[in-house]
Design a protein around this ligand. Structure first.
Ligand SMILES: C[S@@+](CC[C@H](N)C(=O)[O-])C[C@H]1O[C@@H](n2cnc3c(N)ncnc32)[C@H](O)[C@@H]1O
Length: 338
């Protein structure tokens, strides 16, 4: 190879892939600092933005010019920056906000876990306990500030990405929907708002549902909030049990246990509805499923399952898979008593 040759396309592409975490870190820092909340679509001098967010003006200039290349902001002459449409969705108060999720993925708890992915692949086991000294959910109980960031991040994901299930599945055919592991109630609130005849039960860890009030405000009179442990039991009497991005957190043994509790608790005509990003059964592109799957491996011994794996798991819990309904990226995996 001649020493005057330009960099190979391979090296350039690999550089992009290898340093993708720097890009993600910049987006999360932008969200963490609340930069979007301090900006408008009208240009502002960087010094003014720095004062508003309590940052070093020189360093913020370096962050913002990098974020300009990601289309979060527009860079103008004279060290002025204006908020762009993409960056607007990192405002705390934006209707389509993803700020909470950017803060969670940028958090020390998440980043330090994914830093040990190679070890998780070597052993086939989650590294969370080894890195943080306790399992993910017990860590959340011990670190309420991180837990608040995680819960808000999950609310963003259900409000922006999982919401497709609300119009993709006929929830109106049911009487009482129990949202098992429903977090702060973001998805339940969307589903209840779209189905005025439906009643809801939000079920999650007591530490989580204690903060569920504001998200459920609009549907409060049709919704009961229950704290508990789904590894022991779930609230009885629903005719639909929704588990949105819950089963992917668990290995087959515990996932079957949670599903068995839903089976025992539901009415005879009840349905279990898993909202999950389903892994294709055959090779092909499925970036969200595949990378979410690696996150599950590192964090919690969970996984993204294929239709076949869901059918086997549901069978193990005394349930029968009836259909898989694609809803804008997330699918509803529907099951009844076997
Ligand atoms: C990945 S989050 C999904 C949250 C929500 N369903 C959504 O789609 O945004 C998993 C949820 O399971 C809850 N969870 C974990 N262990 C639990 C347990 N033992 N009993 C009840 N809920 C639990 C967590 O608190 C968390 O809210």
């Amino acid at each position: 190879m001649s020493i005057s040759a330009p960099p190979s396309r391979t090296a350039t592409r690999l550089f992009e892939l290898i340093t993708a975490s720097w890009v993600a870190a910049a987006v999360s820092a932008f969200a963490e600092l609340g930069v979007a909340d301090a900006m408008t679509s009208d240009p502002l001098p960087v010094d003014v933005i720095a004062t508003r967010v309590g940052a070093d003006a020189e360093a913020l200039h370096r962050l913002l010019r990098a974020c300009a290349d990601l289309d979060l902001v527009e860079e103008l002459p004279g060290r002025h920056f204006a908020l762009a449409e993409l960056g607007h969705a990192l405002r705390d108060d934006a209707a389509d906000s993803m700020r909470g999720y950017a803060r969670w993925v940028g958090s020390q708890a998440e980043r330090s876990t994914m830093a040990h992915l190679a070890r998780a692949v070597r052993t086939g086991r989650s590294v969370f306990e080894e890195v943080h000294g306790r399992t993910a959910w017990s860590y959340m109980n011990e670190h309420p500030e991180t837990a608040a960031v995680f819960d808000r991040g999950m609310t963003d994901i259900s409000a922006q990405l999982t919401r497709g299930v609300a119009d993709g599945y006929d929830f109106g055919a049911h009487r009482t929907l129990v949202d098992v592991g429903g977090g702060l109630g973001g998805l339940l609130s969307i589903v209840l708002s779209a189905n005025p005849g439906l009643r809801g039960v939000l079920f999650d860890r007591p530490e989580v549902v204690a903060h569920a009030g504001p998200v459920l405000e609009k549907v409060r009179e049709r919704c009961r909030v229950v704290g508990g442990d789904f590894l022991s039991s779930v609230p009885e009497g629903g005719d639909a049990y929704l588990l949105s991005n819950v089963i992917h957190n668990w290995d087959d043994h515990d996932a079957a246990r949670i599903l068995s509790h839903c089976r025992e608790a539901m009415t005879a005509d009840g349905r279990v509805l898993l909202a999950e990003v389903v892994m294709p059964d055959s090779p092909g592109p499925a970036r969200t499923a595949k990378f979410m799957d690696l996150s599950m491996l590192a964090h919690c011994d969970g996984k993204q399952r294929t239709r076949t794996q869901f059918a086997d798991l549901l069978h193990r819990a005394g349930l029968r898979l009836t259909r898989v309904l694609p809803c804008h990226g997330t699918s509803i995996v529907e099951a009844v008593r076997a």
